[in-house]
Design a protein around this ligand. Structure first.
Ligand code: SF4
Length: 270
């Protein structure tokens, strides 16, 4: 079964995605708009569209290796990025760029980032899976109750070292290096560490591959570790968010996120 078909099957059951949880934590009203009212997005942030096009290009890189083909070079990666970028810009929902950016400048940055990736990314020993969906049960760490929803997500790529240990690769783009605190507390990475053993990957390492949109593009790699306490904390966050959602706690959090919010008009209109 393809990854897309598996994901569709998983999403047919009660579930919550990490990105839904993250949306709730930033602004519960935005969660309500997207996941409860299913309001149409008014805009899409350019950074999100950019990240998605980079992800698509990187998936073609790891897919080729998984199939035993040669690693695509900068030209092929640039083409994959441009194709995804153009397709996404052609969508109905307008893309919001930062003041200093244009579609052409962002496209150019993407092509240069992917060339940097080709030059700097260490070739994996073996690629096991690409865009691999997961679904795991959520148990309340305090009561032991198993919630009806499963936590679902997608590993960008899963690779295997010569000693058999797996690594889950998470691709990010950004303008700044991650701080130690961000690496220590990022809940998405904790979710991967929770899902890894359930998905047959044992104590897989989680590796962030950050493509830095700096003047001279760079690839930073961070391997993160998580403890059982981190995973317990995440379970508490999941239970807390789902309890709040069931209670209809959808209050607005007005801050800098409002500026690029896809539901700003509907939010103000009530
Ligand atoms: S405009 Fe602000 S408060 Fe309203 S949904 Fe968006 S992020 Fe939340």
């Amino acid at each position: 079964m393809s990854a897309a078909a598996t994901l569709a099957l998983v999403r047919a059951e009660p579930h919550v995605s990490f990105s839904a949880v993250s949306t709730y934590l930033k602004c519960p009203r935005s969660y309500e708009m997207r996941y409860v009212r299913r309001a149409p997005a008014e805009t899409r942030p350019g950074s999100l569209v950019f990240g998605s096009a980079v992800h698509e290009a990187l998936a073609t890189f790891y897919d080729a290796l998984r199939e035993g083909k040669a690693a695509p070079g900068p030209e092929a990666m640039g083409d994959a990025f441009r194709a995804s970028w153009a397709r996404q810009l052609a969508g109905d929902v307008p893309v919001l760029f930062d003041e200093k950016d244009t579609a052409a400048s962002v496209e150019d940055a993407g092509v240069r980032l992917l060339a940097c990736f080709c030059a700097q990314a260490p070739p994996p020993h073996a690629v096991v899976d690409v865009e691999a969906p997961f679904a795991i049960e959520i148990a309340d760490p305090d009561t032991g109750e198993v919630l009806p929803e499963r936590l679902v997500g997608v590993f960008d790529a899963v690779v295997r070292d010569p000693d058999g240990r797996h690594r889950i690769l998470e691709h990010k783009t950004g303008a700044r290096r991650w701080t130690e605190d961000r690496l220590a507390y990022d809940l998405q990475l904790t979710a991967y560490s929770l899902a890894a053993p359930v998905m047959g990957l044992g104590d897989a390492a989680v590796v962030v591959q950050l493509l830095l949109k700096t003047k001279a593009p760079a690839l930073e790699r961070y391997e993160v570790a998580r403890t059982e306490r981190d995973r317990q904390d995440l379970r508490r966050v999941l239970v807390g968010v789902l309890t709040a959602v069931r209670a209809g706690a959808f209050y607005p959090v007005r801050d800098w996120h409002c500026r690029g919010c896809a539901f700003a008009g509907a939010c103000v209109a009530g």
